[in-house]
Write a protein that binds this ligand. Sequence first.
Ligand code: C5P
Length: 314
Amino acid sequence: MRIARHGDLVTIDAPAKLNLFLELLSRRTDGYHELETLMVAVDLCDTLTLRPADHATIELRARWALPRGADVETLGGTIPLGHENLVVRALEALRQSAGITRGADVTLTKHIPAAAGLGGASSDAAAALVAGNLAWNLHWPREKLAALAAELGSDIPFFLGPPVAICRGRGEVIEPLRESLPPLDVVIVRPPEGLSTPAVYRHCQLPERPQSVVPMVEAWRRGDLAALGRALANRLEPAAAQLSPWIERLRRAFDGQGCYGHQMSGSGSSYFGLCRHARHAAQVAARLRAQGLGHVMSTRTIGLESERRGEQAA
Ligand code: C5P
């Protein structure tokens, strides 16, 4: 999360995430699933600005930043502006918990496709909490923001921390990897249809013996990206493939592209390939674009170094 402040205007770049590994451990009595996932932020960002206002409401304006050749439907359709938007819910919750009456004018420029398993709405909500905390001079520590974030959505706390983390519980228990890891060049495809997270979880099957994230983390620490590619795993992918034919189509499209590995991110519907280097990613992206599979993005994982620069700027 890159943060900038000019006077009372706070601007935040809110990154997307990929799940390199996602294993289900058990079904809970509250309807959620215990999981173990390795999440990494990627350099594909929405931009949120927030200015404190004298009126007592949260006024959100939002638009898609349409890249060349993209259509709004493939990115996720109309962006909700009211309470259905997590940004508004997050700021209302923050205002209520902090006991303040001031409102805010918020703009959101979206690059991260929705209903895609890329965490766009969660990242926007995390950015809104950080922006509100700064702009309203609340001085809440990150842990306090994270507790509120966890009430709003399982993936939101991850975006308040470092860019690579193992997440457990229902996703809100974060173990950051605070070390320098080789960046990963990735190609992400958001097919023309999105997927609903609750629907995918309703169709998922628990494994008899859950896999551990440890071999993947060790491979990345060694810099063995081929082993990291082989360790990619997502227990939600079979469920998503039952609901959308695009998952199988994308798997076939990535086969033979020379990636270290490829799989769906989160609860889908987007699918990514782990490329050998930036040039390889550009080539894979060009070939997949030519196949008309949806919206194709070539990007890179975010490291601790750029994250620290972003934090210092705030
Ligand atoms: O927490 P969040 O609102 O993102 O979750 C959306 C839905 O995804 C939940 O209502 C639940 O159906 C499912 N989910 C789950 N287990 C998780 C996370 C989400 O079953 N760990």
